[in-house]
Design a protein around this ligand. Structure first.
Ligand SMILES: NC(=O)c1ccc[n+]([C@@H]2O[C@H](COP(=O)([O-])OP(=O)(O)OC[C@H]3O[C@@H](n4cnc5c(N)ncnc54)[C@H](O)[C@@H]3O)[C@@H](O)[C@H]2O)c1
Length: 433
């Protein structure tokens, strides 16, 4: 089977490399020529554990993987074309910006020469895949293609494993022929007995948004309960443990923190609310989730400023800039949002992140970047552990406290035990405890 993947971002590149690992001849296409040049040298444009090894293997050894900035050649012979371009929020609205998807659909319609499947793997609002079909029908006969929705659930930081061993694969098809091709494509996953869920195109599109929105809801819920815990002397970690052990609830996504960020949850929750509004359906539960999360960062930053008595000219350290560990993705990162608010108030921000500093500095020149966590924490009034990278879990805090009085530490991800930190002489503040 010959595959073409359009868009070599976090989803497209992982998809392409993993399908090559399954043994398929795969061409990844991106309009960003610099990205293609780098990829052709086996250099990954972003940090993701394990990806460079896979690139190297399939680009140089098996030769199953190739990269191009032109769709025309690969589209002619492809059996399946995946659309994996970005679907960010529109600039001034909460709706998903589908302009990249429409551009790609037009390009596909100019280039396919034989029957193929056109698959939306990007996260797209319900109805989009069928609109892609309508666009392609303007140029291509309906017997020469089918459209499929096949949303992606991988997580940055563990993307390869998530792709190779997913909890489920969802395929939304219009007919048996396209379903059979998709089932054949994912046959290598039968070895792990991965459930392949076959639905209508509309259900498949909604499964993706409903899944992300549900996880975001769990996060906002536990963060609100964390606020209550702080008021009444309870400990959110104990509460989450007591709740999560109940199989109906589950322990995942019950970690209190500074709110959800990243390239998916914020925009997907907003787009899902927007879809519900368009269809006059009450999804107000999600509006509450979204509004609370939007306020969370300023609420937490104000707490940091008040508790550590930060004022203009003071310096704070932020440890961790990516929106979560094991990625250099800073899109909608809560750490950076906290840094921006501090900077607006005249507070200097020193920071360190194991891999996201280059990305962070490009868009946030106010950050003073340091070569490690210890340098970031030197001569500051307060330390904010914002992303739970493993290397922040075992810091030699004695080295940092260095007999200073009233050094505050805000452990936003609750990775330390308050008693231990207080014993060292810090003023310790966790989340929800
Ligand atoms: N990042 C994640 O963890 C994740 C997980 C699951 C689903 N998704 C969804 O997958 C989609 C892609 O996300 P991403 O994070 O990989 O995006 P990204 O922004 O990292 O990458 C998108 C890529 O598409 C390329 N592109 C745009 N228009 C193009 C065109 N006309 N032709 C060729 N290439 C083009 C861009 O140059 C870019 O390299 C989104 O809908 C996202 O919501 C993302």
């Amino acid at each position: 089977m010959k595959l073409t993947i359009i868009g070599t971002g976090y989803v497209g590149l992982i998809t392409g490399a993993c399908f090559a690992e399954f043994g398929y001849e795969t061409v990844c296409v991106d309009k960003d020529i610099n990205r293609i040049i780098e990829l052709n040298q086996s250099k990954c444009p972003f940090y993701e554990p394990g990806i460079e090894e896979l690139l190297n293997k399939h680009l140089n050894k098996t030769k199953l993987l190739s990269f191009s900035n032109s769709l025309s050649q690969s589209a002619e012979s492809a059996d399946i074309i995946f659309i994996t371009v970005g679907t960010p929020s529109k600039r001034l609205e909460d709706d998903a910006d589908l302009s990249f998807v429409w551009d790609v659909a037009r390009e596909i319609s100019n280039n396919i020469k034989k029957y193929c499947l056109i698959v939306t793997k990007s996260t797209v609002p319900v109805g989009t895949t069928k609109q892609v079909k309508q666009l392609i029908l303007e140029k291509i006969d309906e017997n020469n293609f089918d459209v499929v929705s096949n949303p992606e659930f991988l997580r940055e930081g563990s993307a390869i494993n998530d792709f190779m061993r997913p909890d489920r694969v969802v395929i939304g098809c219009e007919n048996q022929k396209s379903e059979n091709i998709m089932r054949e494509l994912y046959r290598p996953l039968n070895l792990n007995e991965t459930p392949i869920i076959s639905t209508s195109i509309e259900s498949s599109e909604i499964i993706k948004y409903a899944s992300n929105s549900f996880l975001a809801t769990k996060i906002s819920f536990i963060n609100q309960v964390a606020n209550l815990c702080e008021q009444v002397g309870a400990n959110i970690q104990d509460v989450a443990k007591g709740m999560g052990i109940d199989k109906r609830i589950g322990s995942k996504f019950l970690h209190a923190g500074p709110g959800y960020g990243g390239s998916c949850f914020p925009k997907d929750v907003k787009a899902f609310i927007n879809t519900a509004n368009k269809h006059n359906v009450d999804l107000s539960i999600l509006s509450a989730v979204n509004n609370f999360n939007d306020q969370r960062v300023s609420e937490i930053t104000n707490k940091i400023i008040a508790k550590s008595n930060l004022s203009k000219g003071d310096t704070a350290a932020i440890l961790g800039l990516s929106f979560k560990p094991n990625t250099d993705d800073i899109r909608d990162s809560t750490s950076i949002k906290i840094g921006k608010i501090l900077n607006e108030k005249g507070i200097n921000v020193k920071s360190y992140d194991p891999v996201a500093m280059d990305n962070a500095k490009k868009e946030n020149p106010f950050l003073t970047l340091c070569k490690n966590a210890y340098e970031a924490c030197e001569d500051v009034k307060t330390i904010i552990i914002a992303t739970e990278w493993n290397e922040f879990r075992a810091l030699d805090l004695k080295k940092i406290v260095n007999n200073k009085n009233n050094l505050c530490i805000f452990d936003l991800r609750n990775i330390y035990k308050s008693e231990e930190i207080k014993e060292l002489g810090f003023d310790y503040f966790g989340t929800g405890k």
